[in-house]
Write a protein that binds this ligand. Structure first.
Ligand code: C2E
Ligand code: MG
Ligand code: MG
Length: 556
């Protein structure tokens, strides 16, 4: 491809990003293709922010692009995690155009959009619902905000549980449902209002006045959650709505859209089936998240992660039989960032996949230097289970490169893993099992339908969440819960591990209540790998008391 020609805006759409995924350049053809909303793109704009201007993309598509850019960057820039040259280029398809992502060795990422035969012109109608599409919306938004002293309200709608209906009843039913939604929406609007389908299950409404937005949103939340009869099926969905108003919240289209999107995000986070108005704090929160995300990407590239290991003590023998690997992020300015603060974000932006692969590799490599009887437990995120084949590959590679037997590895999953795509997840779990890998249910008792999930898969181990253990000494029933779960686990043939044991009294109770293993600060805090040998050497007299005295190297 002639880079120069492309950059001049004739051959194809081109976007260049630096290694921090900040914008270097976005040419006119790319802006046209992406349905650019708002003023011209500024150099240095973060990718996430930039994509919010891309009116032609829905949330899922933006996420896909972000994930792939991050993956290219992580894989390209990080010899520590391993480099896959085949992954240095990636083709993505979106509705009516394709996008190519290319890792520019050390320089960043290039996104290119071939123009195709139509020269980049897109029709204004969504063929499925007959509503206007993204491009029509962009034009309406620009026109509405071009008038001086204009007033407008933007409602962004995202259907709740639509994916569930689509997956369980099939795409033709999903399409019919979207048409019914469009009908209900159309019937609720007045002349002068603009209604479009942005793509997928996202709709937008532009009102030529600011004050009617809330009552309308309230009506729509109610109206869209009434049952639908679709081709003989009864379907139940809901809607989340974010609202931003011009000029109060933003006077410019791109900003108005971004702020409505932040409000939509808040509506979803608050439990869906509701609307939220944009509030200025949402911007601050988004900025803090953005800063953390940038840092996290850099951390992946610079190898700022390491693992600490926390011993698992077997009650019967009073011996350490394994260690759980726990991720640590040593940030040069923020200090030690706890996993609870960055793993959810890493999951959301897809970075957990390369990070999780690094964890597997590193944990297996370290465990290979331990005695053969000592196992290593690794936490695996639900997001990693979304691509079961890739997870299996990562496990195989980690075991093979470390020369570790699968029987030395334990994978810890949480109950939420089983909530989505249960059949595929179960297949992946069975495949892991087939390699001799043990599967543990982590944080047991904190999730949803714990008991039915224990029956859905023959877990090797359940780990009782530490919230129950901390109640052992109180009157609130912690003891009864621990005893009952221990008995349940034993009757199902599962090893029962009790997490978060901090006091001798708790340890004594666990020993008498049927727990097989325990883990907690009393035995040891998580320690760096070079302290593992000392823990394994075992202290004379009481191993537990001895180990407890070493418990200071982890600040968590
Ligand atoms: P988890 O898997 O349940 O890990 C146990 C957590 O409890 C660890 O927190 C550990 O430091 C802490 N802990 C252990 N004993 C005690 C105790 O006696 N008292 C108290 N108060 N806490 C104790 P940490 O390391 O902050 O990790 C938090 C969570 O982050 C983990 O919970 C796990 O869900 C997640 N996580 C950690 N590493 C990884 C990883 O490599 N991948 C993924 N996907 N998640 C990870
Ligand atoms: Mg765990
Ligand atoms: Mg746990």
């Amino acid at each position: 491809m002639a880079l120069r020609a492309a950059l001049l805006g004739v051959a194809e759409g081109v976007i260049l990003l630096d290694p921090d995924l900040r914008l270097i350049l976005c040419n006119a053809a790319a802006r046209r293709r992406l349905g650019w909303v708002g003023g011209s793109p500024r150099r240095g704009l973060a990718l996430t922010t930039m994509l919010e201007h891309a009116g032609a993309l829905d949330t899922a598509e933006r996420m896909t692009i972000r994930e792939h850019c991050a993956a290219l960057l992580a894989e390209g820039a990080m010899p520590a995690i391993g480099r896959d040259s085949a992954a240095a280029e990636k083709e993505l398809a979106f509705g009516d155009f394709a996008m190519r992502l290319r890792w520019l060795d050390g320089q960043g990422v290039m996104l290119s959009i071939p123009m195709g035969g139509d020269g980049g012109e897109v029709a204004l109608r969504d063929p499925l619902t007959g509503l206007g599409n993204r491009r029509a919306f962009q034009a309406a938004l620009a026109a509405a905000l071009a008038r001086p002293e204009t007033e407008a309200a933007l409602l962004l709608l995202d259907l709740d549980r639509f994916k569930h209906v689509n997956d369980s009843l099939g795409h033709p039913v999903g399409d019919a449902l979207l048409r019914l939604v469009a009908q209900r929406l159309r019937a609720s609007l007045r002349g002068g209002d603009t209604l479009v389908r942005l793509g997928g299950d996202e709709f937008a409404i532009l009102l030529p006045r600011a004050e009617g937005a809330e009552p309308l949103a309230e009506r729509l939340v109610d109206l869209l959650s009434r049952p639908y009869l679709v081709e003989g099926h009864l379907a139940n969905i809901g809607v989340s709505i974010g609202i931003a108003r011009a000029p109060a919240d933003a006077a410019e289209g791109g900003m108005l859209l971004r702020r409505a999107d932040l409000a939509l995000y808040a509506a979803k986070a608050a439990g869906r089936r509701q609307f939220c108005l944009f509030r200025p704090e949402m911007d601050a929160r988004a900025q803090a998240r953005q800063a953390l995300e940038t840092d996290l990407r850099r951390a992946v590239a610079l190898g700022q992660f390491h693992l600490h290991y926390q011993p698992l003590l077997e009650v019967a023998s009073n011996e350490v039989i394994g260690f759980e690997a726990l991720l640590r992020w040593e940030h040069p300015a923020r200090g030690m960032v706890p996993p609870a603060e960055f793993i959810p974000l890493a999951e959301e932006v897809g970075l957990i996949v390369p990070i999780g692969e690094w964890v597997l590799r590193q944990a297996c490599r370290t465990a290979a230097s331990w005695p053969e009887t000592v196992l290593v437990a690794v936490n695996v995120s639900p997001v990693q289970f979304a691509d079961g084949a890739r997870l299996l590959r990562a496990v195989d590679e980690a075991l093979a490169s470390a020369g570790l037997s699968g029987t030395r590895l334990e994978i810890e999953i949480t109950e939420s893993v089983l909530l989505r795509d249960a059949a595929e997840t179960l297949a992946t779990l069975h495949d892991l099992r087939g390699r001799g890998v043990r599967i543990a249910m982590d944080d047991f008792g904190t999730g949803y339908s714990s008991l039915s999930q224990l029956r859905s898969f023959p877990f090797d181990k359940i780990k009782i969440d530490r919230s129950f253990v901390s109640e052992i000494e109180g009157e609130s029933g912690g003891k009864a819960v621990v005893r009952a779960i221990a008995a349940l686990g034993a009757s199902l043939g599962m090893t029962v591990t009790v997490e978060g044991v901090e006091t001798e009294a708790q340890a004594a109770f666990v020993a008498t209540s049927g727990g097989h293993q325990m883990q907690g600060y009393l035995i040891s805090r998580p320690v760096p790998s070079d302290a593992v040998a000392a823990l394994l050497a075992g202290r004379p007299a009481s191993a537990r008391a001895g180990l407890a005295r070493t418990a200071s190297s982890d600040g968590a």
